[in-house]
Design a protein around this ligand. Structure first.
Ligand SMILES: Nc1ncnc2c1ncn2[C@@H]1O[C@H](COP(=O)(O)OP(=O)(O)OP(=O)(O)O)[C@@H](O)[C@H]1O
Length: 341
């Protein structure tokens, strides 16, 4: 990976103690249950780096993606883009300035692309909407974009339905790049694709990051994919960031038992023969356990885990975990107060 390791560099995006709560779908009009989709999440994405977000289904990955892209306003907390709070910006600046700086790639290119428009129109649309350059300039940019994602020129006249899944995802990537964003958010971009083309799309994303100096938030439930691609990784469990650090730290020196359990499902990533089998379902996000949300499935849990969400432990190297019974490793200090709510 070639992203900068300089942790003093000003982040492109910074989430500061972000909470997102949704009204529970089954709550009914008179019930006031809320889903704790994201709780007290603080994260940074630095210029040029790939931040991987990993966790089981329902842990809040897509919610976090929506917060980073400005599609979801936090219930509490701040989102900064280059030091400016997103929700304090005038709406027009958020839509045009910030909106052009962030590109999004969704899981399923079949539903993300308008089936009635040829690729040329799909790629030209964002340029037209944002009034970029002259008509000729926009046409040139469309051809450049196609080239950037490795598609042949004749693809421009095709409808999405005439392309393979991999080609469609390349079109979706080209569209996300149209306005020369500084950040790409890719939400499970390969999970709807054939296994045979997944590696090609992942390699394309890394190649684009290297060539264009993009920052990226890469979301997946698959820790192996995230490890392969990311400079840093954040592990989410039931709306909480439970561990984060450089990819090698989180996958080679994991401290949170949940990270350990995720890794053990991919034995080649961990030098331990046995697989950790987690018992019981992920608790409901409408009524998450007190204290550490993982304690109901954790083999190390005791009364201390129920008391409060554990403070962040770690060193000065950016590796942090929230656990009072972490996996063994070197000495670590408490680096922040508990974010219990
Ligand atoms: N609009 C909504 N209304 C109510 N609940 C929601 C809404 N959006 C998400 N949720 C709930 O918030 C929690 C987090 O959802 P989210 O989609 O962010 O998780 P995820 O990790 O991306 O899951 P998946 O991998 O299955 O897409 C889940 O419990 C989900 O059911």
């Amino acid at each position: 990976m070639t992203a900068p390791e300089d942790t003093t560099m000003e982040p492109l995006v910074r989430l500061d103690r972000v909470h997102v709560r949704h009204r529970a779908r089954s709550g009914g009009i008179l019930r006031r249950d809320s889903v704790h989709a994201l709780t007290d999440a603080s994260l940074e994405v630095r210029p040029g780096e790939i931040l991987g977000l990993v966790g089981e289904s329902g842990c809040g990955k897509s919610t976090l993606a929506r917060v980073v892209t400005g599609l979801q306003r936090p219930t509490e907390g701040q989102v900064y883009f280059k030091g400016q709070e997103l929700w304090e910006m005038p709406a027009a600046q958020r839509r045009t300035g910030f909106g052009a700086s962030v590109g999004v790639i969704f899981q399923d290119p079949s539903t993300a692309l308008n089936p009635r428009l040829p690729v040329r129109r799909i790629l030209r649309d964002p340029l037209d909407v944002h009034g970029r350059g002259t008509r000729e300039g926009r046409e040139r940019r469309v051809e450049e974009l196609l080239d950037l994602v490795g598609l042949p020129g004749h693809t421009l006249e095709a409808l999405p339905g005439q392309l393979s899944g991999g080609q469609r995802q390349r079109v979706a990537i080209a569209r996300a790049l149209a306005l020369e964003p500084e950040l790409i958010v890719a939400d499970e971009p390969t999970s709807a694709l054939d296994v045979s083309v997944r590696a090609q799309i992942l390699n394309l994303l890394v190649d684009l990051r290297d060539r264009l100096g993009l920052a990226m938030v890469f979301i997946s439930h698959d820790v192996q994919t995230v490890r392969h691609l990311s400079d840093r990784i954040a592990v989410l469990y039931l709306g909480r960031v439970v561990e984060e650090g450089r990819a090698a730290q989180v996958t080679g020196d994991s401290r949170h038992p949940y990270t350990e359990a995720l890794l053990s499902a991919t034995p080649s990533l961990l030098e331990r023969p046995e697989r950790i089998v987690l018992h019981g379902p992920v608790p409901s996000a409408t009524n998450p356990p007190s204290g550490c949300p993982f304690r109901t499935r954790c083999w190390k849990a005791d009364d201390a885990c129920a008391a409060a969400f554990p403070a962040a432990h770690g060193g000065t190297d950016g590796h942090r975990w929230h656990c009072v019974h972490p996996q063994p490793g070197g000495e670590a200090a408490v680096v922040s107060a508990a974010g219990a709510v």
